[in-house]
Design a protein around this ligand. Structure first.
Ligand SMILES: C[S@@+](CC[C@H](N)C(=O)[O-])C[C@H]1O[C@@H](n2cnc3c(N)ncnc32)[C@H](O)[C@@H]1O
Length: 213
């Protein structure tokens, strides 16, 4: 059951406007930000990547460009509409596939992927579910595989420019507000990850957190 404090499950109508909404909210910066994050993931041709909560497939089309024809991307999402949008969007890439499923229950993948990516999804779960998702990423990664979390950074909401603060408080869920103060690194260490590194975007408001199995 999704938490009442979350907005991470996107409805069928909203799914169709999701990319447009993000473009507007980020003042046209979103594609550029994701491209910058993906460029820092050290993706090598032929690698395999699992994308948890793959959404409209925008990120998967970027990931696959770095992988070449020998690589593969598997996106998992709970929303039929998102899956339909992502399949259509990535249809030119036969080595990108999408599956319907929950990412906060045990997954079947064991040591199969070089990288696991999760973008703007983790903040929308209660802590026990976050731990389950992190544990799923750990299980799915090969030895020395890398987990990348692209999401909000730790920042003081009170210091945000008033219109942005208003948009964040009214547009985002309670769990996202709490995520700004969450010790995510502690959670990653607790699930067995090591070698944590972080890169910041938009003055630290967004973060790409890297954790090694
Ligand atoms: C905020 S969107 C992010 C989409 C994409 N990762 C991005 O960065 O554009 C959250 C996505 O997570 C999916 N989602 C929410 N809860 C989920 C769950 N329990 N299991 C799998 N996917 C889930 C939603 O359907 C949606 O596509």
């Amino acid at each position: 059951m999704p938490s009442a404090r979350s907005k991470v499950e996107i409805g069928p109508v909203e799914a169709h406007y999701y990319d447009l909404l993000l473009n507007l909210l980020s003042l046209g910066q979103y594609s550029h930000l994701v491209k910058s994050a993906v460029a820092r993931m050290g993706i090598k041709p032929g690698q395999s990547i699992l994308d948890l909560g793959s959404g409209t497939g925008r990120n998967d089309c970027l990931l696959v460009k770095e992988l070449g024809p020998e690589g593969k991307v598997l996106g998992i999402d709970i929303s039929k509409e998102m899956l339909s949008l992502s399949r259509k969007r990535c249809q030119a890439y036969p080595y990108v596939s999408f599956r319907e499923g929950r990412i906060d229950v045990p997954l079947a993948y064991q040591e199969e992927f070089d990288k696991v990516f999760i973008s703007f999804v983790l903040h929308g779960f209660e802590d026990p579910q976050k731990r389950k998702i992190i544990s799923n990423a750990y299980q799915a990664l090969k030895h020395k595989g890398v987990f990348y979390i692209f999401d909000y950074g730790e920042f003081d909401l009170e210091r945000l420019w008033f219109p942005l603060r208003w948009a964040f408080v009214h547009g985002e869920c309670q769990l996202a507000l709490e995520f700004l103060r969450l010790d995510l690194k502690e959670m990653l260490w607790g699930q067995g990850f090591a070698g944590l590194e972080e890169e910041f975007f938009l003055k630290g408001h967004l973060r790409l957190l890297k954790a090694i199995k």
